[in-house]
Write a protein that binds this ligand. Structure first.
Ligand SMILES: Nc1ncnc2c1ncn2[C@@H]1O[C@H](COP(=O)(O)OP(=O)(O)OP(=O)(O)O)[C@@H](O)[C@H]1O
Length: 273
């Protein structure tokens, strides 16, 4: 299982007269695979979200290609596309309105399970939903499944978003600022859930963030983006210990310390969410 960006660029043409186009992503190449935690870091406006949207096949690339196991998303047939939509999942940050406030957790997760034909009877869908909630540490799941988003904390809602992705048995999760809005201890709990899923289900992550302490804690491999380009990439340890690019060094200098994220709290401990 390999998700690949090959020399992808994205240019947004301006609609107004006189203003120029925005080259949001410039010739970026990267790979993501099962079991691996790949981070994309960079300041606001560096093109991270645009790259994420291309990896999810939500934005077409202006040039270059996105490929899953060597098949270009543009040339996929219906079955291949459906498979892509299931195996490559997105987890975005909750404040962006990812959960419908009028739907219970059972409805929000149940509808994607039905859509992707993971289960079809009401009973099987509920069982699958309960399993997914337990996997993200919302345990006992019966306690959460019939609640509405406003009845949950921010950390619990973020876990629900992960559960909704996990219910589809994904192989890669693209997480765009998925923990950035959370307080440090809650953030640590959600990160632990993600690491736990990596270990138990062999899920791979493309983790997009401007939050370097988080990257240091979880990433295997790091791509540093600056003004639409990947200016440096390599194993996380090398990037943190010996940054080669001036911009990376500046980013690291400006980052807060890791202290607040190092205390342990078990993934299954939903009291800490
Ligand atoms: N739909 C769009 N139309 C026009 N320009 C866009 C569009 N989406 C993004 N951009 C521009 O592309 C550039 C990269 O934006 P992008 O959101 O990908 O960066 P980012 O690194 O994810 O930033 P942030 O962390 O603030 O979300 C920015 O200059 C942005 O204004």
């Amino acid at each position: 299982m390999l998700l690949e960006a090959k020399n992808v660029s994205k240019t947004f043409r301006s609609s107004g007269r006189g203003s120029s186009s925005v080259h949001a992503v410039k010739e970026v190449s990267l790979t993501a695979q099962r079991g691996e935690f790949v981070a994309i870091v960079g300041e606001s406006g560096s093109g991270k979200s645009t790259l994420a949207r291309m990896l999810l096949d939500l934005h077409p690339a202006s040039s270059g290609s996105i490929e899953l196991n060597g098949v270009d998303v543009r040339s996929m047939n219906k079955a291949q596309r459906q498979d892509f939509r299931r195996t490559v999942q997105a987890v975005l940050q909750d404040p962006s309105g990812s959960l419908n406030p009028r739907k219970s957790i059972a409805q929000s997760i149940g509808e994607v399970i039905r859509l992707h034909k993971i289960a079809d009877s009401r009973r099987d869908i509920r069982t699958k939903t309960l399993e997914a909630l337990e996997l993200v540490g919302l345990d006992p799941a019966e306690h959460y499944i019939d609640r509405f988003p406003h009845e949950l904390s921010g950390g619990q809602r973020q876990r629900v978003l992960i559960a909704r992705a996990v219910a589809l048995n994904p192989q890669i999760i693209i997480a765009d600022e998925a923990v950035s809005a959370l307080d440090a201890s809650v953030k640590a709990g959600v990160l632990r859930v993600m690491a736990d899923l990596q270990e138990r289900l062999n899920v791979g992550y493309v983790f997009i963030t401007h939050d370097l302490p988080v990257v240091k804690k979880v990433a295997d491999y790091v791509h540093v983006m600056y003004q639409g380009e990947v200016v440096e990439h390599g194993p996380a340890r090398e990037i943190f210990e010996n940054p080669q690019h001036e911009y990376t060094a500046t980013l690291l200098d400006a980052a807060p310390t890791l202290d607040s994220l190092t205390e342990s709290s078990p993934a299954a401990d939903s009291s800490a969410v």
